[in-house]
Design a protein around this ligand. Structure first.
Ligand code: ADP
Length: 520
């Protein structure tokens, strides 16, 4: 609607401007034509003035000639006749050129011309007087003097005629000047009107069209740059106003969609993270279950082997032990106690004992007893273990520190088995400390678990070994069975708990046990 209005207004303004230009042009041409016309008239009048002035001069010359003749009464009369005929001829020519005016009717100039002609007519008598003078040699001076008056009158009247001519010239000049002023005034007036109209139109277009469109364009660019909260405001009730409203509602819808998409993406990301976490957990669980299964299989195999080997080895070993004892008894008193035979017999006994111990470890490992769950205090177990290892720790230069939470909950667990767990961990820790170091045992209750930490400042475990330390028969120690941590893990897991190990070579190792407070 607004654009239609603007289009219509522009057409009307153009039509008005065209009409004004046409009218001003027309009037200017007309006035210029008048000025030209006046110029021609002035030109004609100037010629008339010259002619009348010439008549005036001739009349003057005639008067002078008459005076001469009157004074001298000599040949100078020739001048009178020639000037008179010239004057007459000029007046006749002039009257002829002014015949149009003459026909048009009376006016003051024509009336004066007529009088001039009458005086000329009367002057012709001068010729008769001169003729008479030529013939008789006598001059009628009074008559000539009266004729002089006619010549003088002609002189005066011609001066009056030229006065009229000059007045007319003045009048036409003024008229031309007025026309010029009118043209100038019209030009300036319409120039001013045109300028003001153009300025007003420019302001109106700027306010109603250019600026709003510019703002809309910049808002669109900002919107495209991702500034979805950009809105535009206007009081215009035109198509531009409608455009603004459309932009705002479009922006609102797009912002809503963007918000929805953002939320959807966030939720999706959370869900993906959750699922990934779950998957990782499941994977970890699977991994652990797999490891546990392998371990269980290994343990079962070890159990079978242990049972068989023990059965097969135990009897010959017993007979070897008895025979060695008998040999020792026989040799006692017959040979020196520090003889080579005595030494060999002792070595045999020592090695038989070592094999026996290994077999017992095997059997213990294979016949893993079910834990006996009773209400127990873990801090109590810790202090018993510390007492057991304090001597060997002292010897190895290891300082033991204990930091136990005082109000620990009473938990159902097998105290004997847990004693074995902590003993194993502490012995390993002391062995890992070469010269001097510290062993720290901590206990705390956290959420659903009792947490026990065994930290040492020993040699640490290489990263590649961390996955294997809980496997049976894995050992980095010379003569190590590699069953200790495997038994520890079995005990902890049979209590529904977990054991984790973190270690840094050169800094030390920490074993963390999570023992559930409530058994599921
Ligand atoms: P063993 O003590 O007979 O070697 P374990 O099962 O007790 O068997 O230990 C397995 C291996 O774990 C050890 O040989 C050792 O390499 C490593 N280990 C266990 N505890 C520690 C510890 N506190 N510091 C460094 N290494 C350790």
């Amino acid at each position: 609607m607004m654009l239609k209005k603007i289009g219509k207004s522009i057409t009307i303004v153009n039509a008005i401007a065209f009409t004004i230009v046409f009218l001003v042009g027309g009037i200017s041409i007309y006035l210029t034509k008048e000025i030209l016309h006046n110029a021609y008239k002035i030109e004609d009048l100037s010629k008339d003035i010259i002619e009348v002035d010439s008549i005036h001069s001739d009349a003057y010359r005639l008067v002078l000639s008459m005076h001469h003749f009157l004074l001298r009464e000599d040949e100078t009369f020739v001048h009178i006749t020639s000037v008179l005929s010239e004057l007459k001829g000029k007046i006749e020519r002039y009257l002829e050129s002014e015949s149009d005016e003459y026909i048009k009717g009376e006016n003051s100039e024509i009336a004066l011309l007529k009088t001039v002609f009458e005086h000329v007519d009367k002057l012709t008598v001068v010729n008769d007087l001169i003729d008479e003078f030529n013939r008789t040699g006598k001059l009628d001076k009074d008559k000539l003097l009266s004729m002089e008056e006619h010549a003088y009158s002609i002189e005066v009247i011609t001066a009056d005629i030229n006065k009229i001519h000059i007045e007319k010239i003045n009048w036409w000049t003024n008229e031309s000047l007025s026309n010029m002023w009118a043209i100038l005034f019209m030009y300036l007036f319409f120039f001013l009107i045109g300028g003001v109209s153009i300025y007003a139109g420019h302001i109106a277009l700027l306010k109603n069209l250019v600026r709003p469109i510019k703002e809309l364009a910049s808002a669109t660019l900002e919107f495209a740059d991702g500034k979805y909260d950009r809105r535009v405001k206007t009081d215009l009730e035109t198509e531009i106003g409608q455009l603004y409203q459309s932009f705002n509602s479009m922006a609102e819808k797009l912002q809503e969609n963007d918000e929805f998409l953002r939320k959807f993406n966030e939720e999706l990301e959370i869900k993906v993270n959750e699922r990934t976490g779950e998957l990782l957990k499941t994977n970890d669980q699977l991994h652990r279950t797999q490891n546990a299964l392998i371990r269980t299989e290994k343990i079962a195999a070890v159990g079978q082997i242990a049972a068989g080997v023990t059965h097969e080895i135990k009897n010959p070993l017993n007979s070897l032990s008895i025979n060695a004892q008998m040999l020792m008894r026989d040799l006692t008193g017959k040979l020196e106690p520090d003889s080579a035979v005595h030494e060999s017999a002792n070595l045999i006994r020592y090695e038989i004992n070592r094999i026996n111990n290994i077999l017992e470890e095997f059997v213990k490992f294979a016949k893993f007893p079910e834990p006996q769950f009773y209400d127990n205090d873990i801090n109590q177990v810790i202090s018993e273990v510390v007492e057991l290892v304090s001597e060997s720790a002292k010897k190895s230069g290891v300082t033991i520190t204990v930091s136990c939470q005082s109000d620990m909950p009473i938990v159902k667990f097998d105290a004997r088995q847990f004693k074995e767990v902590l003993l194993n961990l502490c012995q390993n820790a002391i062995r890992a400390i070469n010269n001097s170091g510290s062993l720290n045992i901590e206990s705390a209750a956290e959420k659903n678990n009792v947490i026990i930490k065994v930290k040492d400042t020993g040699e640490g475990i290489q990263e590649k070994n961390l996955d294997n330390i809980f496997s049976p028969f894995f050992s980095t120690k010379e003569g190590g069975m590699g069953l200790g941590l495997s038994i520890v893990q079995r005990i902890v897991e049979s209590h529904g708990g977990r054991i984790r190990c973190s270690s840094q070579v050169g800094s030390g190792t920490t074993f963390t046990i999570f023992l559930p407070i409530e058994r599921g």
